[in-house]
Design a protein around this ligand. Structure first.
Ligand code: ASP
Length: 467
């Protein structure tokens, strides 16, 4: 049954791509059936399937962390597992970011392919801004003139694009603001509010505290712990039921996205896409090495056990929506102990995003390569800026929510840290959904290998499942 489901998901995924390509190629997009078909695909894939997965995320995180941590024998053990988990996450995210920067600085996607044309188009637009500024104010437009820079920003910021508005609303925050607003405050919120609004950081922090207090209280807290352990079993079974519709849902999600964002969007920024995807593929190789060497698990065994989770991550573009499936794959297929998986995976889905960190650095440097030196871009690449980008990309990935397009929104932090105006970001909006599929996949793989590694250090090698 499980074997058939894996295969069905992949077959339907391929079918979805084919149908999406056919839809993208339709000449008469105004015909009645066309928007109705897209709407139906979006309804079954996004509204129903992703909706059902999202429905169980908040209770799942609470229940799995409490069940996981309370099954760890002592405080010392909790501390050790926590430290190892964080160490792994920090190391791999740092590695991924450095890899992305290395690639983008060597390949220089911002100087290849259609870059010349993009630059000259942009210069022509700036020329118009210059002329309109000089005509309106009667004074010469100079790069150092703040009024001129505001003039450009106003004209560029006037775009009604919804994603742009979302991105622009996050600008002008310092790194410290971001740390406080995106990490500390969400961690300390009312747990009921966190649960009702699905704020993972708040739920994780509360669940950890609750679990630790249960361990400290001991026997009198046993009935409460039993409730969480039982609820954990029930939620995993619920995930299994939801997965029954996953092949059809994956078909709808793939067909919709390919139809709406047809392959032509890659066009002039193909080098940029290639750099992000290339970086993700290399990082994937590094993770497989870690899986074999530190996790002592055959990478093929790992990949076989994780097939369902990967397909769901790729098609939903959300590590959070994939979390129930990831936990199920790790504990059922790969024999990772629930006490490790239940703790490391929810924390990883929320904070450990290797793909997102890699992508943020590549994207911002690509834009600087492309537009550096223009009237309104106060930066050309220098060593110091690369360091700022490195640090802010890591932070931005920790702060990114585990939902589609989140990386694009937190990239504002990286861009503003090096004074790249946010209105340059829309250039990469068009391809973001495709790149999000790859970065979400590697985000989920990274979390899962973290669980394999931590679990391996928790038990003698010979008892480890070689599924
Ligand atoms: N969609 C990604 C995730 O859920 C986050 C991102 O946009 O980079 O892991």
């Amino acid at each position: 049954m499980r074997f058939r489901l894996h295969n069905l998901i992949f077959v339907f995924m391929g079918l979805g791509v084919v149908v999406g390509l056919l839809l993208a190629g339709v000449e008469d997009k105004a015909a009645d059936w066309y928007p109705t078909t897209l709407q139906a695909l979006n309804f079954f894939g996004r509204t129903v399937f992703i909706g059902m997965l999202k429905m169980i995320i908040a209770p799942l995180i609470l229940v799995s962390i409490v069940a996981g941590v309370t099954s760890i024998p002592s405080f010392g053990d909790v501390g050790r597992i926590g430290t190892r988990t964080l160490l792994y996450y920090v190391t791999t995210t740092t590695l991924a970011t450095a890899l992305g920067l290395l690639l983008v600085l060597t390949i220089k996607p911002g100087e290849r392919g259609g870059a010349e044309k993009l630059r000259s188009d942009r210069m022509a637009v700036l020329q118009e801004h210059r002329a309109s500024f000089e005509a309106a104010t009667g004074k010469p437009a100079t790069v150092q003139d703040a009024a001129y820079l505001n003039w450009i920003a106003e004209r560029e910021g006037a775009t009604g694009d919804e994603t742009y508005q979302r991105v622009a609303s996050k600008k002008d925050r310092s790194t410290f603001d971001m740390f406080v607003q995106d990490i500390v405050q969400p961690m300390l919120m009312n747990p009921f509010k966190a649960l009702s609004e699905g704020k993972s950081l708040g739920i994780i922090f509360f669940a950890l505290l609750l679990a630790l207090v249960c361990v400290a209280v001991g026997e009198p807290a046993r009935p409460l712990v039993n409730v969480f352990q039982a609820a954990n079993h029930v939620i995993l079974r619920l995930t299994q039921w939801i997965m029954l519709i996953s092949p059809f849902a994956v078909f709808c999600l793939m067909a919709w996205i390919v139809a709406v964002k047809g392959p032509e969007v890659f066009g002039s920024i193909a080098w940029y896409c290639g750099t992000v995807i290339g970086g993700i593929v290399i990082h994937f190789g590094v993770l497989m090495g870690i899986c074999a060497l530190l996790g002592r698990m055959n990478p093929l065994t790992f990949l076989r056990g994780m097939r369902e989770a990967w397909a769901i991550a790729f098609s939903t573009r959300s590590s959070a929506a994939t979390l129930p499936v990831t936990i199920r794959c790790m504990t059922r297929n790969l024999g990772v102990s629930p006490r490790v998986a239940n703790f490391t995976l929810p924390v990883g889905a929320t904070m450990n995003m290797d793909g997102t960190a890699l992508y943020e650095g590549v994207a911002v440097i690509f834009l600087i390569q492309l537009y550096g030196g223009m009237d309104d871009v106060g930066i050309t690449l220098v060593g110091g800026a690369v360091l700022v980008i490195f640090i802010t990309a890591v932070l931005a990935s920790v702060g990114a929510a585990a939902v589609p397009d989140a990386g694009l929104v937190t990239m504002v932090l990286v861009a503003t840290a090096v004074h790249l105006p946010v209105y340059y970001l829309p250039l990469i909006f068009a391809v973001d959904a495709f790149l999000d599929m790859f970065r979400t996949s590697i985000n989920v793989m990274g979390d899962a290998i973290g669980a394999v590694v931590v679990d391996r250090f928790e038990q003698p090698a010979e008892t480890k499942a070689e599924a």
